[in-house]
Design a protein. Sequence first.
Length: 263
Amino acid sequence: MNFTVASFKPGHSKLLAALALCLTSLSMAAESPQADQRVPVLVELFTSEGCSDCPPADALLADLDAKQVVAGADAIVLSEHVTYWDRQGWRDPFSLEAMTQRQEEYVRRFGIDSAYTPQAVVDGTSQFVGSNGRAMVAAVSKAAAKPKLQLEIVNARWDHGSVRFAVQGEKSKGAKLVVVLAANATHSEVARGENAGRTLHHTAVVRVLKVFTGDAIDGRPLEVTAGPLAQANEASGPVRLVVFLADGGDGQVRGATQQVLSR
């Protein structure tokens, strides 16, 4: 599929004002008793260091991850850097063809005209411009209102360039177990392209994605090779192990969990 590179440039002052309003009101809501019972919600952000509209979305994702202000939701975030901006003057060092292909699958499922950045997808069921704070809050809140299957990561450890672990929990017929290794935090000094001269920061940057059958949720030993994360030039620091159960038909996330590993 040929991607049309599209982007959105909302006014930054309006965006920051809207985000401040959303985060203030939801911080108050998060103090309620119901906020103690949090439902995991997967938030994927398709982004690129070559896109000048992406830094506000990256910042919004980082804020959601750090503050967890949406009442009732445990937002599990992933930054998924696509490759189609790499020919626009700056090669994003975190871009992966697997992320471009994953976004292409969402393009087909949602029936939209083309891929674009920044694009947010929540629980595989809703998509919107990733820098839209109000849309983010609404989508995460809606997803948190739906029950999820329970998943648990057990015996996870970093082992010579691989991650070994097991997953226990409830199964869903026809579902896939998706396992992701993400760099906890990264940054780049961008020399060229639309973001030339900027230092960009990212949260939970996907470096490896592997799919297992849903039957793997039975405590059996699993292993994922760390790939780029095992290379000397990759950002050091913690690694997030994220696992989620996705419906094999519509892609809806049925359950999700994560664990941070030292390396």
